[in-house]
Structure formats: structure tokens, C-alpha cells
Design a binder for this molecule. Structure first.
Ligand code: BJW
Length: 248
């Protein structure tokens, strides 16, 4: 398959909450978003969990229940990225900041959840990670070390190290195309990826989102609109060997 200017080289795709917005998952910083109704310091820091574990559990239990609702399904943007991977296999890596499982449900497999996964829990004592479909509470038992009360959501809170940073850095260093989708560019280290890509080589950089992010000026190519429209359109152009040029 000819991809025009991208016939060789890897593609790294960073996704954020915006790609799942049209699937019914709330974003964080848009009007009415998660951080408008919850204070970060109350629910998304290790200190919050130390201080009030039931409050933090309830925050994630509610979001886990919402993710399980029948109407929450991958949208055309998730599906377009899965199609891209199907066509190009291991050349495509998705690095998602999202903790939902909509990329997997759309069929993506080469995927890193750098901020963790809502459908997993981790023992803060022994590090064991397990599937978590139901509510999680302070009485939960770790089936590995038998400790009661140390299970926490398998997510990355502010001040914690995101997952798989080495693998991500290597992929960013070696990519020919970096695409950022549906993220406000407010949270590091993800917000710095476009800068890292530009510093390390000749990769083409593309932003696809509803509106410009705070790193907008660092992207060589930019398209704004709902992800379910602009992502499939961009993937179609890429697969047709027509992408990589200034937007018309
Ligand atoms: C659409 C759309 C549609 C809407 N179609 N688009 C000063 C400088 C630099 C760094 C720091 C600093 N002070 C502190 C830090 C570090 C801190 C940080 O970045 N803070 C910032 C607030 C400045 N970062 C960290 O702490 C990270 N760890 C770290 O840096 O480790 C290093 C370290 C650790 C310890 C010691 C020393 C070093 C960890 C960050 C963890 C973030 N966690 C969260 C919660 C995860 C679990 C959960 O979901 O509850 O991750 S916060 C939240 O923000 C979540 C998201 O993944 C993340 C990013 O949000 P995202 O995806 O961009 O969403 P939004 O809502 O912001 O944007 C949505 C976008 O979509 C918008 O642009 C819309 O326009 C668009 N959109 N509808 C297309 N239909």
C-alpha cells in the first residue's frame, strides 16, 4: 500500500478525551466537563486517595458504571484508527491519555494507556493489576497478597508517573508522522510530545481536534472539527497517499 510521503516510517497517534466525546464520555476541561464538577485535589491526586478513599472510589465507580452503559460505543474516529492499524499493522502506535476502552472495542491493539485504565484496579501494596468491572471499595481484597483495603483505580493521578514512558519516548524519537487527536495539551508529559517529536527529527506533525490546543503553533498541519468527521477524513487521505501536505 502506498502512503505517498509516508511510505516508510512509523506513525504515533496521541489521543485525548475529545476522541471519545461523541461516544458520550465527558471531556475534562470543556464547558460542563469533569473538572467543572470535581476538584482535581479531591479526586485525582494520591493525597486525595490517602485522605478520603471512599470519595475517590465513588468518583471512579460512577465513571466505570457510565462506561458500561449500552449507549457508550466507539465512534467513527476510533474505528478509523483501528482501520489504519489493520492496514499498516505494527507501524501504527496509539498512545492514549484516555482510561476508557473504546480504542480496544474499535479493534486497535497496538495501544498504550499512558494514564491507566478504568476497567482495571491495582494493589497499592504489591502492585498486582486485575480487571475491575464492578464498583471498587475500601473493603476490596487483593487476591495476590491478601491485603484488604489497598486496591485503587489503575489510573495515573497528578504527581504520579505515567505508564510506559520509555517505550513512548522511543516511538516518538523514531516516528515519521505524529498525530494528536482531541487533547487540550494542558497535561504533561503528553502535552510535550509534539515538541519532543520536532526536536528529534523530521516527523510531520498533525493536530486534529475540535479547537486549537495550547500547543497549536507546534503542529505543521491542523484540522479542526468533530473527531468523528475529521479523523476518518484524515485517515482516508493518508491511506490514499494524499496526506502530508498543507491543508487546503
Ligand atoms: C474534541 C471534541 C470532539 C472536545 N472532537 N475534539 C508545570 C509544568 C509542567 C508540568 C507540570 C507542571 N506542574 C505540574 C506538572 C505535572 C502535571 C501537569 O501536567 N500538570 C498540568 C496541570 C500543568 N502532570 C503530571 O502530574 C503527570 N505526571 C508527571 O508529570 O509525572 C512526572 C513526575 C512525577 C512525579 C515526580 C516528578 C515527575 C500525571 C498527569 C496525570 C493526568 N491524569 C488525568 C486523570 C487520569 C485518570 C482519570 O481519567 O480520572 O488524565 S487528568 C486528565 O487530563 C486526564 C486526561 O488524560 C488528561 C488530559 O486531558 P485531555 O485528554 O486533553 O482532555 P481535555 O478535556 O483537557 O481536552 C479535550 C479536548 O478535546 C479539547 O481540546 C476539546 O476541544 C477537544 N474536543 N470534543 C474532537 N467531539
Amino acid at each position: 500500500m502506498s502512503l505517498g510521503v509516508f511510505d516508510t516510517g512509523n506513525i504515533v497517534i496521541l489521543t485525548g478525551a475529545g476522541i471519545s466525546a461523541e461516544s458520550g464520555i465527558e471531556t475534562f476541561r470543556d464547558k460542563g466537563g469533569v473538572w467543572e464538577r470535581n476538584r482535581i485535589e479531591d479526586v485525582a491526586t494520591p493525597e486525595a486517595f490517602d485522605k478520603d478513599p471512599p470519595r475517590v472510589h465513588e468518583f471512579y465507580n460512577a465513571r466505570r458504571r457510565a462506561l458500561g452503559a449500552a449507549n457508550i460505543q466507539p465512534n467513527a474516529a476510533h474505528k478509523a484508527l483501528a482501520l489504519l492499524e489493520e492496514r499498516l499493522a505494527s507501524r501504527v502506535l496509539i498512545v492514549t491519555q484516555n482510561i476508557d476502552d473504546l480504542h480496544e472495542r474499535a479493534g486497535s491493539r497496538n495501544l498504550i494507556h499512558m494514564h491507566g485504565e478504568l476497567l482495571k484496579a491495582r494493589c497499592a501494596e504489591c502492585g498486582e493489576v486485575r480487571q475491575q468491572i464492578d464498583d471498587l471499595g475500601t473493603e476490596a481484597l487483593c487476591l495476590h497478597c491478601d491485603r484488604k483495603g489497598a486496591m485503587r483505580p489503575h489510573v495515573v493521578w497528578f504527581g504520579e508517573m505515567p505508564f510506559e514512558q520509555e517505550r513512548i519516548a522511543e516511538a516518538l524519537d523514531n516516528c515519521a508522522l505524529f498525530i494528536s487527536i482531541g487533547t487540550s495539551g494542558s497535561v504533561y508529559p503528553a502535552a510535550g510530545f509534539v515538541h519532543e517529536v520536532r526536536m528529534s527529527g523530521q516527523a510531520h506533525t498533525v493536530e486534529l481536534s475540535l479547537e486549537p490546543s495550547s500547543g497549536e503553533s507546534l503542529f505543521a498541519e491542523r484540522h479542526y472539527g468533530p473527531a468523528s468527521r475529521i479523523v476518518p477524513h484524515y485517515v482516508d487521505r493518508l491511506l490514499a497517499g494524499e496526506a502530508g501536505f498543507a491543508p487546503s
